[in-house]
Design a protein around this ligand. Sequence first.
Ligand code: SPV
Ligand code: MN
Length: 605
Amino acid sequence: MKNRAVRAFVHHWASHTGAAAVQVVSPADEPRLIEEALAAGEIQEVVDGRYYARSFVKDTARSEERTFVATGNPGDRGIYNNWVPSDQIRPKVEALMKGASAGKVMYVIPYFMANPGSPLAKWAVGLELTDNRLVVLHMLRMTRVGPEYLDAIEGDVFVRGVHVTGDLDQLNHGTPEDTRHFVTFADERLILHFGSSYGGNALLGKIAHGLRQASYDGYASGEFLAEQFMLIGIHDKQTGRTRYIAGGFPSASGKTNLAMLVPPKALAGRFEVTFLGDDITWLYVDPADGRLYGFNPEFGVFGVAKDTNEITNPNAMKAVGPGSGSLLTNVAYNEVTKQVWWEGLTPKAPRDVAGWRDWKGELISDRPPELQAGGPGHEWSHPNSRFTARLANVPNLSEEWSNPRGVPIDAIIFGGRVHDREPLIRALPSLAAGVYDGLTLGTEATAAAEGKAGVMRYDPMSMRPFMSYAEGPYASHWLDLIGRCRKPPVFAHVNWFQRDDGRYIWPGYAENLRPLLWLLDLAEGKVKGVDTPVGVLPAADELNLSGLSLAPSDLERLLSYDPALWREEAARRQEHLAQFEELPEEMWKAHRDLVAKLARAAKSP
Ligand code: SPV
Ligand code: MN
């Protein structure tokens, strides 16, 4: 690698971590690294050119408590970003990393979070140093890798990432002495992650650079937004047009399924959904046409395996299918047949348990007979088990995926899991109402996750775990940036999760295309909708329901709202918003508008 700043950085950290050797990675190294990882037992073969890995049992997900944003400016402290002063945390992380890669190879991964030629190219260049070969194999799928990306730059404008695995058995996970540290020094564009080799904790291009660092850069420069959004095209074969929707949904609430959607039979003749991204979108305004453009900075999909099957996500099944070279992590593995299984892949776990091991590596046949079929608390796979596939393997990948400019965004949607209050879809009448809706986005804690089941966890813009600066300025930046559009996108809130006594009222998955088509019709004035205090809802006859049988009472529930529940929600939002300093007045005004409309709605019969 030619860049002097790159060489200096590598020298410094190789010496600090005590690595035994340094290797620069390019895609040509993939076959060799696979061979080495197989030989070392780090991965195992899955039938037809795929690979299986297990992570350390206590290292299976992101850890929000151990993730920090550090800067030199106390004004960057927000409610959710876990801000710490850089000078306080830097010595701690550096001490933990000192000598911690002794005897290991330090892999140098030059990567790029955009398409070459992107107007945001300057923010997309990164360098990850890691002492873990499996992390390299993931990065080769999740990012564009190659020394040329860093050789092309002048000076030192690249994100510097150092990942040191540490002795995973000795990190005191979940105790007051927990030594894991995942720190983004946002004003220095430096990422130091110590103590995990899993997912976003270790693949630094993804959420550390792609979300935390990039959203800070976007704010500091005033030029862009980086959000945990999926990005799709909806192509209408009748008109020949494709319109684009970006959407924020909290982690693990169906973004990948939505982005890979195959239209239901009755709509498939006319519409096609094309995949741009399933987890991250960078957004900017092109002054040439005054439109908001978005692109996916990633090169692959790191998707939740649980419940992925031919019905919920047929395209994902193909993306991880034979010959795809995909990696599967923490699912169940059969060491005899070399097959994989996860909860929801089929209704029941394989009946013949011979050769099967659960995600911890334990033989299913060693379990007492009544626990061999799995079930709550005894799952074969981990709930955060994942597949890692290249975008090139996603069957509905958009032709525009490699367009350096990205795609013009027609609509922005937000959605969480809400069992009673949120209608199927409600369009929001203005930019301020849309940003307000994003800031008050919430999802109900499920029994499996943290928090009390059913209790609302607010997750602003679905960025709560990835916030890098304070929420007030964050809202201002949104208003400012999208306010520059001459043709701004429409905003809407969606909810696939309304329940009636536990039963989901809306079938979800492929059917989710229907409310999105309504939104696009509304944006073009083809339908009018029904004006309510919470936004514009579809009239029952405006939703294309052909081929779907839905009880009229269910449809009515999906397309209505309950003012009493919304008044309770408005009171919670008041508290939620009051935490944020320097919240722009437009947000309070949007909140007061909602409260006033709800009060009037309550008085009418
Ligand atoms: C998420 O948790 O939102 C992810 C997976 O996308 S990870 O990269 O591990 O954060
Ligand atoms: Mn995510």
